[in-house]
Write a protein that binds this ligand. Structure first.
Ligand SMILES: [Zn+2]
Length: 210
């Protein structure tokens, strides 16, 4: 699996384009906004988008989902159903964060822990990792050893847990019990900021180091 990161919205959220090199079919993960930049990157790389994957229902990650799905005829997968209240709150979230208009959407497929999804011939594993939001999911691709973790874990930090239905202890458990077992060598793409590896965070992250 190949990937390219497109920072979107004034919150500089890492929308990722991921694609299968064999078929050149791809997915947009967390298209929070700035759809022209996302579609421009897809065109430049020669990717044929087939779906949208959503890690969680915060507006900087999901604010552009409805419009992108509609414009490009893409299916929407994720997040886990406990984030429905965030998705239904999309227009209000956009107002609070001063972002452009964002619409509510209905995923074509809600995801649960242990589910699998595909992009072309690439298989991704779904991990339910509650804590930052209750329905947050991560995506893991075993061959390229890459995980897309949204706002669960960052290089040197972890997700905020001062939102309704956030849970700090649960977030720590999600990181230690769902992400770490994937392996120290895994490169992860966080929702904001630079990438890192699980091994690096296990040795130096002040919140979740061993
Ligand atoms: Zn978030």
């Amino acid at each position: 699996m190949k990937y390219s990161i497109v920072p979107v919205t004034p919150l500089m959220q890492n929308c990722s384009l991921i694609w299968c090199e064999e078929t050149m079919k791809g997915a947009a993960v967390d298209p929070g906004g700035d759809l022209d930049a996302i579609l421009g990157c897809a065109r430049e790389k020669g990717i044929e988008l087939e779906k949208i994957l959503v890690t969680h229902g915060h507006v900087d990650h999901a604010g552009g989902v409805a419009e992108l799905a509609e414009k490009q005829g893409l299916s929407i997968e994720g997040p886990q159903p406990e984030d429905l209240f965030w998705i239904n709150d999309m227009p209000q979230q956009a107002t609070v964060f001063g972002l452009s208009e964002a619409r509510v959407f209905i995923p074509d497929r809600w995801l649960e822990d242990g589910d699998a999804t595909t992009v072309g011939k690439v298989n991704l594993q779904v991990l339910h990792c509650p804590g930052h939001t209750p329905g947050h999911v991560a995506f893991f691709e075993g061959k390229s050893r890459i995980a897309l973790v949204g706002d669960i874990l960052f290089k040197g930090s972890i997700g905020r847990t001062d939102f309704p239905k956030s849970d700090h202890e649960m977030l720590l458990r999600s990181i230690r019990e769902k992400l770490w077992p994937l392996g120290d060598d895994i490169t992860f793409i966080p929702g904001h900021g630079p990438s890192s590896t699980f091994g690096e965070e296990r040795s130096s992250n002040p919140f979740v180091a061993d």
